[in-house]
Design a protein around this ligand. Structure first.
Ligand code: C5P
Length: 222
């Protein structure tokens, strides 16, 4: 890990969950803690980058010297990311974006009158895929949380989303991932794979940022 390896580089990172409103008091969300994205932001700052963190609702302190934009929904996250793209060199999509949102948001609190109810959900935009199509196109890094065939599924996801790198996480293993303080991962590019052994999210983030900096400078294409 070389401090200064990202001097003058602008990095945008999404982190945490998104929450999708059902009515004024209810929402759909997930268990993402934001820890990995915040650790990556800190590591990138330590490497000299200028970092903007677009964060869903999480209980984490903002890293020092980091610009933080708080959002709630996937649509808000996409808008905040879009506003950063003209000057972005590296984009890391670490957020656990909700795949679907309620088709309509009830204006008033929904009453429990019926024995059952259903909510129609519609697809959310895929933020990282939008980023990977943007011109100028930043170096794009995504995450793949998989429960089986980790490497193959992650590699397919990298190609489908047109990413330079995907960080594959085995979420079948409860010792790592989501709310845990530890993580292990495999970094996959078009050139090959690079495994990072089980470590704290802080240590893992530093190793991942070192590898991202190296690949970014190599200028390899997805
Ligand atoms: O397709 P899947 O959700 O497994 O892909 C995960 C990767 O895509 C992560 O990098 C995540 O941040 C990003 N993503 C996104 N917008 C979505 C869904 C996923 O940016 N709507």
């Amino acid at each position: 890990f070389a401090s200064g390896s990202l001097d003058g580089v602008k990095l945008v990172i999404t982190a945490g969950p998104t929450i999708e409103a059902i009515d004024p008091v209810r929402f759909i969300s997930n268990h993402s803690s934001g820890k990995m994205g915040f650790a990556l932001a800190q590591a990138a700052i330590d490497a000299g980058a200028s970092v903007t963190l677009v964060a869903g609702p999480v209980h984490l302190a903002t890293p020092e010297r980091c610009q933080r934009i708080n959002v709630q929904s996937a649509e808000q996250m996409l808008q905040a990311v879009n506003e950063q793209l003209d000057s972005c060199d590296i984009f890391i999509g670490c957020a656990a974006v909700a795949d679907y949102r309620p088709a309509t948001v009830a204006e008033q609190k929904i009453k429990k009158n019926d024995d059952s109810m259903s909510i129609t959900l519609v697809r959310n935009p895929d933020i990282i895929s939008v980023v990977a199509k943007h011109q100028p196109r930043p170096f794009c890094v995504g995450f793949a949380a998989e429960t089986e065939n980790l490497i193959a599924h992650a590699q397919q996801k990298r190609i489908r989303k047109n990413l330079d790198m995907i960080i594959a996480n085995d979420v079948a293993n409860s010792a790592i991932g989501f709310n845990s303080d530890n993580n292990a991962a495999t970094l996959i590019t078009a050139q090959g794979e690079h495994s990072l052994a089980l470590a704290s999210k802080t240590q893992l983030a530093r190793a991942a940022i070192a590898h991202i900096a190296q690949q970014f400078k190599a200028g390899n294409k997805p």
